[in-house]
Write a protein that binds this ligand. Structure first.
Ligand SMILES: [Zn+2]
Length: 527
């Protein structure tokens, strides 16, 4: 039995988060990968009948954001409002089904950050000391001499970090080294995939250092960020405040009922560049506050664009909105998810997207729907017949449907998002093959084969019904349209469990609609 089916489906809850992004510029296709991945998993859990809560948002309290506002000649508050709209627009156009949207400038988040800070203070984990180091404002991070590359920030080669020396509050991270090591060792699934877990264990073996959790407000500048409780000359370090968003989103500290229902999170989905913060700093902050640790941190790799690292300076970032306008959300989601493995990096390109669209979405899936609906109309006046006698081909198709359901769920539980899609797609192809092998157009010419034709039409429609459940996490809008052509309502919570088995749904008639994925003309090569 699957992990996600062990408990009564109705009682299980699933809380999933993504990293919150700096709104210093609108999101690009690289940001989209993480949101699409988390959305697929969130939708999968809803289909399992789990009480799913999916939180996303923006990390607004950074000097990075203040600088972007200055560069654009706008005050930071107006800037973050504008960016907040841009991010929410991008995610809604990509059909990202988040339940809660957090902005770290929200009053409730400021209260949550300050409460976490106070709890660490009460535990004796916060102390004052002098901080010295090379500070990169774009990373919001201090570097040692050895870490700089030719005097520049290792992540921002055009940026000379500032030498800063100031009295800061520090968090006693070192105090938690042993407990962090024990937790990561005893919970092999706490950090996935395994390679990321090994990296974090290596960080622990190298030895942790306490980290600064405040910044002094510079004289003559406006404070931007969350004030340290009782000492407003200091702003809480942006990472301490940002990590807190995961508890703010479920009601901490005011809504005890919601917090008790959803905390600890089941999964924090993050990029591989921020494991230190999520796998060491954040658990230590929670231990200090006396709160339970998240069950899992799932770390994805990055995508390149046509083989190149995506960056603003390289000028190669793609606006996800333009892709959605041109190809639709499902095509972008499909192409991002298709080869997505959390164990490796991936590549994205417009040319590949068009190829995936034409060869797979239009040709494999769109044609399958079209030919099944057309045949049921032509041969049975639109009524989906009950099956006649079942033979070896149908038995194999039914077996494969159940295997698809089982194996795709196992893969999704293991964050093999592209792998699960590949498993489901084999079933799309097998269903096409089934139609080729059973030759319904020949059966239709022989009156004595009427019952066999019923079996073929009914089996093909049933396979499509199941595909519209299995594929719903990936291409939700297309799945609703498939179901529409089978005269079914959009997919419902719990459908994977209640309707995901062969014969577990009711099919009555088809209702033809437009082509699911009209082919894209590639006679003129894409620019
Ligand atoms: Zn930097």
């Amino acid at each position: 039995m699957m992990l996600s089916e062990q408990k009564d489906a109705g009682s299980k809850r699933y809380y999933i988060t993504t990293a919150i992004d700096y709104p210093n510029a609108p999101p690009h296709i690289g940001h989209s990968l993480e949101k699409v991945a988390a959305d697929i998993v969130a939708r999968f859990h809803r289909l399992q009948g789990h009480d799913t809560y999916f939180s996303m948002g923006v990390d607004e309290n950074s000097q990075h954001v203040v600088r972007a506002a200055q560069t654009n000649g706008i005050d930071p508050a107006t800037w973050v409002d504008k960016m907040d709209e841009a991010f929410r627009l991008a995610w809604s156009r990509l059909d990202i089904s988040y339940d809660y949207w957090i902005r770290t400038t929200q009053e409730r988040h400021i209260r949550a950050s300050q409460e976490l800070f106070r709890r660490a203070q009460a535990r004796g984990d916060i102390y004052k000391s002098i901080y010295r180091g090379w500070y990169c404002p774009n990373c919001n991070k201090f570097y040692t001499d050895e870490e700089l590359v030719e005097g520049k920030c290792p992540d921002h080669p055009s940026l000379v970090p500032e030498w800063l020396e100031e009295e800061n509050y520090f968090f006693a991270l070192t105090k938690y080294s042993d407990r962090l090591l024990a937790h990561i060792t005893e919970h092999p699934a706490f950090i996935v995939p395994a390679a990321r877990r090994s990296e974090v264990l290596a960080m622990l073996q190298q030895g942790l250092r306490d980290f600064s959790v405040s910044r002094l407000v510079r004289p003559g500048t406006d404070a931007w960020g969350v004030p340290v409780p009782g000492d407003p000359q200091h702003i809480i370090y942006v990472w301490f405040d940002a990590l807190t968003n995961y508890v703010t989103a479920v009601g901490f500290p005011d809504d005890e009922a919601q917090f008790a229902r959803y905390w600890p999170a089941d999964a924090h989905v993050i990029g591989k560049d921020i494991t230190r913060f999520h796998c060491l700093y954040w658990p230590a902050m929670l231990l200090s506050a006396g709160l339970p640790l998240p069950r899992q941190v799932a770390v994805h790799g990055f995508i390149t664009l046509n083989g190149q690292r995506i960056s603003k300076t390289a000028g190669n970032s793609i606006d996800p909105l333009e892709l959605v306008d041109e190809f639709g959300a499902d095509a972008v989601r499909y192409s991002l998810a298709r080869n997505l493995s959390f164990a490796s990096d991936g590549d994205f390109s417009r040319a590949n997207l068009i190829r995936h669209y034409n060869d797979e979405l239009a040709n494999d899936l769109g044609n399958l729907l079209n030919r099944v609906v057309t045949m049921i109309q032509r041969y049975r006046g639109g009524i989906i017949p009950p099956p006649g006698p079942v033979g070896a081909l149908e038995e194999e198709l039914q077996y494969l449907a159940e295997e698809t359901r089982r194996r795709a769920a196992v893969a999704l539980d293991a964050w093999e998002i592209g792998g699960a899609l590949g498993i489901i797609w084999s079933f799309v192809r097998r269903t096409n093959q089934y139609i080729e092998q059973s030759e319904p157009w020949r059966l239709a010419r022989q009156a004595e084969k009427k019952e066999l034709l019923d079996t073929v039409l009914s089996s093909a429609a049933e396979a499509l019904r199941l595909l519209a459940i299995f594929l719903a996490p990936y291409i939700p809008s297309a799945c609703d349209r498939i179901r529409g052509q089978l005269s079914l309502e959009p997919v419902d919570v719990g459908a994977w469990v209640h309707e995901g088995r062969w014969g577990a749904g009711t099919l009555a008639r088809v209702s033809a609609g437009p082509l699911l994925f009209p082919r894209i003309d590639v006679s003129t090569p894409p620019s």
